[in-house]
Write a protein that binds this ligand. Structure first.
Ligand code: KIV
Length: 283
């Protein structure tokens, strides 16, 4: 099966075909997402919160990203797999970014990387793309800058901020990114950007006017019962289903209802008889 390419992603915008993208961090989920025909899977650094139990994306390491990217790639045949470059793995220099991105592609098996930021990282995007590494940009709420932004809140709400975001988006496009994620950006602004940019915009909390939409898979599947971000819609309640299954399993074990003969392997009576003879119960 042929993998989706960045040319296919560009073509979807040209043809006005809206598309869905999802995150995945493991082989089982990646297989389900791939089999559903979702063209782009992001191994997001949301890994930190969704899988590793951190309270932000900041502690996520490049090694962790590569480890999970390998699993996702093993679970996919068709989707374009994009690996997030974690915090401080591309900020120090374009050379550092090149080394980090090369590991995601070579060791991780991803077909592209994503990085956060606008004009300050445009040179880095240009360096990566000129080395043949496709880059997805990420603007608006950029979680790696959470301490600078002062919280997880919508970006680009004033005219000055919105203009600055447009400048960033133009710089990311000019630098050669093949698409750009717009996170928590007002719908009107992401609509304007979708019209102005030739590369696809992929929204999350950015309203209905983007070329594509990306969501964090745990939000869509309802893996967590305690928190649903405003921009997400739960299509299942897997945490409830899983909790029920775990309780039922524990009850069955405690009550002697699992395992039964059906879940066991047997040997003939004479075989166990020989073993009993060899190891008699001491009086
Ligand atoms: O890490 C992530 O999951 C992301 C998406 C929210 C776009 O960056």
């Amino acid at each position: 099966m042929k993998r989706v390419t960045i040319a296919d992603v560009r073509r979807m915008k040209e043809n006005g075909e809206r598309f869905a993208a999802l995150t995945a961090y493991d082989v089982v989920t990646a297989r389900l997402v791939d089999e559903a025909g979702i063209p782009i899977i992001l191994v997001g650094d949301s890994l930190g919160m969704v899988v590793l139990g951190y309270d932000s994306t900041i502690p996520v390491t490049l090694d962790a990203m590569i480890h999970h990217t390998q699993a996702v790639v093993r679970g996919t045949q068709r989707a374009l797999v994009v690996a997030d470059l974690p915090f401080m793995t591309y900020h120090k220099s374009a050379e550092q970014a090149l080394d980090s991105a090369a590991r995601c592609i070579q060791e991780g098996g991803a077909q592209a990387v994503k990085l956060e930021g606008g004009r300050p990282v445009a040179g880095t995007i240009a360096r990566l793309t000129s080395a043949g590494i496709p880059v997805m940009g990420h603007l608006g709420l950029t979680p790696q800058s959470i301490h600078q932004l002062g919280g997880y809140k919508a970006q680009g709400k004033t005219a000055a901020q919105a203009k600055s975001l447009v400048e960033d988006a133009l710089a990311v496009e000019e630098a050669g990114a093949f698409s750009v994620v717009l996170e928590c950006v007002p719908a009107e602004l992401s609509g304007l950007l979708t019209e102005r940019l030739s590369i696809p915009t992929i929204g999350i909390g950015a309203g209905p006017h983007c070329d594509g939409e990306i969501q964090v898979v745990s939000d869509v599947l309802g893996w967590f019962s305690d928190f649903v971000p405003k921009h997400a819609r739960r299509y299942a309640k897997l945490s409830e289903t899983a909790a029920e299954a775990i309780r039922a399993y524990a009850d069955d074990v405690q009550g002697g209802r699992f395992p039964t003969e059906k879940e066991s392997v047997s040997i003939p009576a004479d075989v166990i008889g020989q073993v009993e003879e060899a190891f008699p119960i001491e009086p």
